[in-house]
Unconditional design. Structure first.
Ligand code: OGA
Ligand code: NI
Length: 391
């Protein structure tokens, strides 16, 4: 998704009856309403899956604090991961297990509340903050088997305090998260370095970065072969950091026309490059908790911004979530993107005769608005920025 918050005029959007999947599952455990049943070409059971491939794992402690040799080796892995996968898992990132566990517990506590309580924070049709279904724009659109709570975090003007749950009590904005900004930018520095750019290239370009969080709860589904937890999409951000529980596998990424499952590694964070960079940044979902910040959180979430900035050298990658018959699944996803004011376009150093300019310059706020007012449909939104004649 995009790290955005702009609201559209919800009165014009008719999205029809949208059942809450948790309630549906509770009342009719084997029912799968027609609106959730995917057309044949989208059904997870009929698509090619490559279960034996694994997304690269990057050891951030080696990269940042290791010996020169370790750091070089890890940097080479990071570069290859960004070029070939657009996704990687980060271990030894410096964020305490306890904080990650608390985040997961608090998010789950929210989803387990009675519907009346969660509905106090409704996501209005056509908007993407609050509790509900994002990216639904018409009555005939297929729905994802997922409940979401999405919140804009920074800068302050994107925050909608009336959509921040009062319960659980510690799920609220903590001003202390501002102090983390320095650590959050470490990944951007590493990615700039991996591209041979000056370390602060992206940090300086990003200005007052936009951060948003989305918690996704996927209840079990009696027909995981027919439904999708989350439609295929690439993220509208620059970097995305995803924390997932380890009880089941649900996230899949598209590689060479087949879907590769992202197997959870305890305490690891999944990072992906977004459209803007078809690159990434370091963010921590713990900023949501009213807790003292951990002493040394290193974080990451790369998204679409990076694709454009790197002129397609680092690509945002299409991904989706599938459901499971028996187990539920939770993910906490943080999106990090440049300030809305920033003018984006390929970094001149990455454009040359072999790599002609593939994207036009555009205002990031404009792209974000475009992203959130269209349904999730693979990487189609990025057409917005492409220079068609360059292909
Ligand atoms: C997202 C996303 C995947 C997941 O929220 O953008 O890709 O596994 N989530 O929840
Ligand atoms: Ni995503």
């Amino acid at each position: 998704m995009a790290p955005v918050t702009c609201s559209t005029t919800s009165s014009e959007i008719r999205i029809g009856e949208v059942e809450d999947v948790q309630e549906l599952r509770r009342a009719r455990p084997t029912a799968v309403p027609e609106r959730y049943v995917r057309d044949t070409n989208e059904r997870p059971a009929l698509s090619a899956i490559l279960p034996s491939l694994h997304v690269p794992v990057i050891d951030l402690s080696k990269l940042v604090c290791g010996t020169k040799r370790q750091s070089q080796e890890e940097m080479a892995k990071l570069t290859a991961a960004c070029e070939e996968w657009g996704f990687f898992q980060v271990i030894n990132h410096g964020i305490e297990t306890e904080l990650l566990e608390t985040m997961e517990r608090v998010a789950k506590e929210f989803f387990m509340l009675p519907l009346e309580e969660k509905e106090k924070y409704p996501m209005a049709p056509g908007t993407i903050q609050g509790y509900g279904h994002a990216f639904v724009f018409s009555e005939d659109q297929k729905l994802d088997w997922c409940n979401m709570l999405a919140l804009g975090v920074q800068p302050a003007f994107i925050r909608k305090p009336h959509l921040w749950p009062a319960n659980p009590a510690n799920l609220r904005y903590s001003p202390s998260c501002r102090r983390r900004d320095r650590e959050e930018r470490i990944l951007l520095i590493l990615i700039s370095r991996s591209l041979g750019l000056s370390p602060n290239y992206f940090n300086e370009m990003f200005g007052e970065a936009v951060q948003a969080v989305r918690m996704n709860y996927y209840p079990p589904c009696s027909r995981p072969d027919l439904v999708l937890g989350l439609s295929p999409h690439s993220d509208g951000s620059a970097l995305t950091v995803l924390q997932q529980d380890t009880t089941s596998v649900g996230l899949q990424i598209l590689k060479d026309n087949a879907w590769v499952p992202v197997h959870p590694i305890p305490d690891a964070l999944v990072i992906n490059i977004g459209d803007t960079i078809e690159v990434g940044a370091i963010i921590h979902p713990g900023f949501l908790l009213h807790l003292n910040p951990p002493p040394n959180p290193l974080l990451i979430d790369a998204t679409r911004a990076m694709q454009v900035l790197t002129n397609g050298r680092y690509r945002s990658v299409e991904h989706r979530a599938v459901t499971n018959r028996e187990s539920d699944r939770l993910s906490v996803v943080t999106f990090y993107a440049p300030s809305y004011d920033v003018e984006l376009g390929p970094v001149p150093e990455l454009v040359n005769d072999q790599q002609p300019c593939r994207y036009r310059r555009f205002n990031h706020g404009e792209y974000s608005r475009h992203y959130v007012t269209n349904k999730l449909q693979g990487k189609k939104n990025l057409e917005f920025a492409k220079i068609q004649t360059s292909y």
